[in-house]
Design a protein around this ligand. Structure first.
Ligand code: PMP
Ligand code: GLN
Length: 385
């Protein structure tokens, strides 16, 4: 019964692997959600909002307190000025942002350039908009791309480049030089960039998150998406946003008004509070804690016999398991969860053009308590044996 557009995509690998992890009683390092809660003060802000009557439909483009807090945070962090009332739109998570933006910006027959591995919803959302995806493959372990591969993916039908930095699932943080290449191609071909920056605060070592909208000439052609789910460890609240020039925000809004119309009112009010109150010191601690988790998981995977691409950003790590198992990514992920009680994501559904690339890779999430990661490390140690 599933429509022709969606039939090729099957069930989300995240739902599938979390269900399998629960069924097997495994430690779940598959789907990216923290096994700890966000700050109490944000819960109190949501409860207070409910008690003072913030319970009916909000403004479709976003509660005024939240669009203001988003605009203020963009200005403070990146020096990007957006008019909160016309250049910001609140979505029910970046997931809805991706979908509404593509539905609002694309015409049937248009083409979209994706870097693969590509977050699993990009391809299906392009398909829902009647567009076709073309891919530039980022290869393990350095995930570099060259300009000629990007240029080869652009045709006269291309309308959009989707850029995800920091990048799920590779942990790549696009450098200023790489972003300049993308910006040059976008400007030469008059393309829009849909920049998915949900991991904007999760960068490590010397890596710096550079929003592509800050590059010369790019503010006018970039719609930037982000989300509060990762930053405040509240992925189930599903509060995200898009920022960009009015003509791009209006396009996304044209779809958003009919997709969800709006996002839960008290949660928007609480997230406005979070953006205002949880700034520098909170974000520094957040990054430091994730750095400790990253380093721990990377060494646990190496000790177990994986070859690891150390992530510069996000809370994921891609690891090559070929020294440990002869099968493909799906066979390995099933074996690991069944025989060793650790769930990981087989990254096959992030790849469409080069199906051989993911066959030896598994994605592990480190958005978990150190105690959980230590238990996982004990189990992983037995994999080599
Ligand atoms: N984009 C990327 C790259 C992601 O990893 C995720 C989710 N984890 C999303 C978008 C979706 O964000 P949200 O949970 O806010 O819908
Ligand atoms: N973004 C999360 C991940 O990559 C999952 C989000 C979802 O389940 N849709 O694991």
């Amino acid at each position: 019964m599933v429509s022709q557009r969606l039939a090729p995509f099957g069930t989300s690998v995240f739902a599938e692997m979390t269900a399998l992890a629960n069924e097997k009683g495994a430690i779940n390092l598959s789907q990216g959600f923290p096994d700890f809660d966000g700050p109490d003060a944000i819960f109190e802000a949501a409860q207070k909002a409910m008690r003072v009557g913030e319970n009916q439909y909000p403004r479709s483009r976003g509660h005024v307190s939240l669009v203001r807090a988003v605009a203020e945070s963009r200005e403070r962090l990146y020096g990007l000025a957006f008019d909160p009332l016309t250049e910001v739109v609140v979505f029910s998570g970046a997931t809805e942002g991706i979908c509404s933006s593509m539905l609002g910006l694309l015409n049937p027959g248009d083409e979209v350039v994706l870097f693969e591995p590509a977050y699993d919803s990009y391809g299906p959302c392009a398909a829902m908009a009647g567009a076709t995806a073309r891919y530039v493959t980022l290869r393990f372990p350095d995930f570099a791309f060259d300009e000629s591969a990007l240029r080869a993916a652009v045709t006269p039908r291309t309308r959009l480049i989707v850029l995800n930095t920091p990048h799920n699932p590779t942990g790549k943080v696009f450098t200023r030089e790489e972003l300049s290449t993308i910006a040059r191609v976008a400007q030469e071909h008059d393309l829009v960039v849909l920049a998915d920056e949900v991991y904007e605060h999760l960068v490590f070592d010397a890596a710096v998150h550079v929003p592509i909208a800050t590059l010369p000439g790019m503010r006018e052609r970039t719609l930037t998406l982000s989300s509060t789910g990762k930053t405040f460890s509240l992925t189930g609240w599903k509060v995200g946003w898009g920022c960009g020039p009015k003509h791009l925000v209006d396009a996304a809004q044209a779809a958003h008004q009919f997709v969800t119309y709006a996002t839960a009112t008290p949660l928007q009010v609480a997230m406005a509070f979070a953006l205002r109150e949880f700034r520098g010191p909170y974000l520094e601690k957040f990054r430091a804690e994730y750095l400790e988790r990253r380093d721990f998981l990377v060494s646990a995977l190496r000790d177990a016999g994986f070859v690891v691409a150390v992530p510069k950003g996000t809370y994921f790590v891609l690891a090559d398991f070929s020294a440990l198992h002869p099968g493909d990514d799906m066979a390995f992920a099933r074996w690991l969860v069944t025989e060793h009680g650790v769930a990981a994501i087989p990254p096959g559904s992030f790849y469409a053009a080069d199906r051989t690339e993911p066959r030896r890779l598994a994605r592990f999430a480190f958005c978990k308590r150190m105690e959980t990661l230590k238990r996982a490390a004990e189990r992983l140690r037995k994999v080599r044996a």
